[in-house]
Design a protein. Sequence first.
Length: 223
Amino acid sequence: MYRILVVEDDEVIAGLMDKHLSKWDYDVRVVKNFKNVMEEFAEYNPHIVMMDVGLPFYNGYHWCTCIRNVSKVPVIFISSMSDNMNIVMAMNMGGDDFITKPFDLNVMTAKIQAMLRRTYSFSEKTNVIEHMGVILNVNNQIVTYNDKNIELTKNEFRIIQILMENIGKCISRDNIIEALWENETFIDDNTLTVNVTRLRKKLSEIGVGDYIKTRKGMGYIIE
């Protein structure tokens, strides 16, 4: 079942979209907290985003840019601001389509269906993991925090992936080494230390240097 994230400030319109799309057997989630759109995006991992332009705190262009930093998921803008400048802005910010309010729900559904066919018939969906505002894109090995990106090496990526998939659990050095060996990434204890040090340095560059904690004699943990 395809997941659709609706980022719409008008509760009436959002409710109509939710009800209509649910009848078409889509899994729909409507954003309520407009301060934390990216956290909800990462948690829900939608196949498509319906994005209003005029939103509280930050507009839809801002959130589309944030999404584009971590994902190629289709974004369809919906707005009454349908002048050429706004449409061009929406496309330049990474939008894939633009629907003008007021709109027909059946036309909206047809556009969504066409976008899903084009996007997912020939490509796999993007996977992201999020915790405490840190977003890991599993497909391209990029970490994002507060609109800042860092690219990871294969080893660095696997280390943080293992830890982010086990939030609150201390993972032993031996278990991390074993996991990397299973993926044909040859690594020993000294190499692990070097990779964790480099990973922490990269994370500090985007403002989360204390993200990975050491448990002496036990291993590493992301709390």
